[in-house]
Design a protein around this ligand. Structure first.
Ligand SMILES: Nc1ncnc2c1ncn2[C@@H]1O[C@H](COP(=O)(O)OP(=O)(O)OP(=O)(O)O)[C@@H](O)[C@H]1O
Length: 223
């Protein structure tokens, strides 16, 4: 379980997050929405241990971030907004390169199985020749090498076609439901968020999201 309690984050004097609390249970896929600049990416980076807080507490599976940073990190997969891949290498070479650097020394077959499971079949294709959707799938596949308990994704479906988008979100849902992972992700596609997420958190104070989600009958928690 992920437990976030009363966290605060400032960039100089600019307060971005004020007393933010939330949780994610195992097997849950949770969406995070809010207008541009509301603080979603900042929040994801904090939960991913890539950024510190000014105050407040975070715990993952009972381990506090303050005292167990390394152990917490081992349980987290983080997929930032920007796709970060070796363009001149193939899908296979990218997977094996990152597998070598990871805790889990996965074999060629195990790496391939992750990609196949994501409907990414272009194993020997150079990354520069992949479509945007395939690149996003590969970016997510890389984050799964260490078999993280908590998967955090910043707009994983932005700018890709509906088929790839649906495959990615269904894959994430499968990770939550069949493997009891915790999934936290942001998207500006409300249709997608409301269709697939178990719960939705809204960051900032914007009645547009409030009204929209309430009309859809989606349980919304403001943070
Ligand atoms: N490194 C930084 N230094 C100073 N201010 C920052 C920094 N990163 C983000 N900000 C500011 O913090 C606020 C929240 O930014 P953040 O990127 O977390 O929002 P967001 O909800 O993810 O936005 P978007 O939907 O556009 O991705 C914005 O006002 C942004 O300008």
């Amino acid at each position: 379980m992920l437990e976030v309690k009363n966290i605060n984050k400032k960039y100089r004097s600019h307060e971005i997050l004020q007393n933010v609390s939330m949780y994610i249970a195992r097997g849950e896929m949770v969406g995070l929405v809010g207008q541009n600049g509301a603080g979603k990416s900042t929040f994801l980076q904090i939960v991913a241990t890539a950024m510190s807080v000014n105050s407040g507490d975070l715990k993952l599976n009972g381990l506090s971030y303050k005292d167990n940073l390394k152990a917490v990190r081992r349980q987290i997969g983080y997929v930032p907004q920007e796709v970060a891949l070796w363009e001149h290498m193939t899908v296979r070479e990218n997977m094996l390169f990152f597998a070598k650097l990871s805790w889990n020394k996965l074999s060629d077959e195990q790496c391939r199985a992750i990609c196949e499971n994501m409907q990414l079949h272009e194993w020997d294709k150079q990354v520069s020749a992949l479509s945007g959707g395939m690149k996003r799938k590969l970016n997510i596949a890389l984050s799964l090498i260490d078999d993280p308990q908590l998967l955090i994704l910043d707009e994983p479906t932005v700018g890709i076609d509906l088929k790839s988008k649906t495959e990615i979100v269904r894959f994430l849902m499968q990770q939550a439901k069949e493997h009891q992972k915790m999934i936290l992700y942001t998207s500006h596609d409300m249709e997608e968020i409301t269709t697939y997420c178990d719960r939705v958190y809204m960051m900032g104070d914007d009645s547009f999201y409030d009204d929209y989600l309430q009309r859809k009958g989606i349980s919304l928690e403001k943070i």
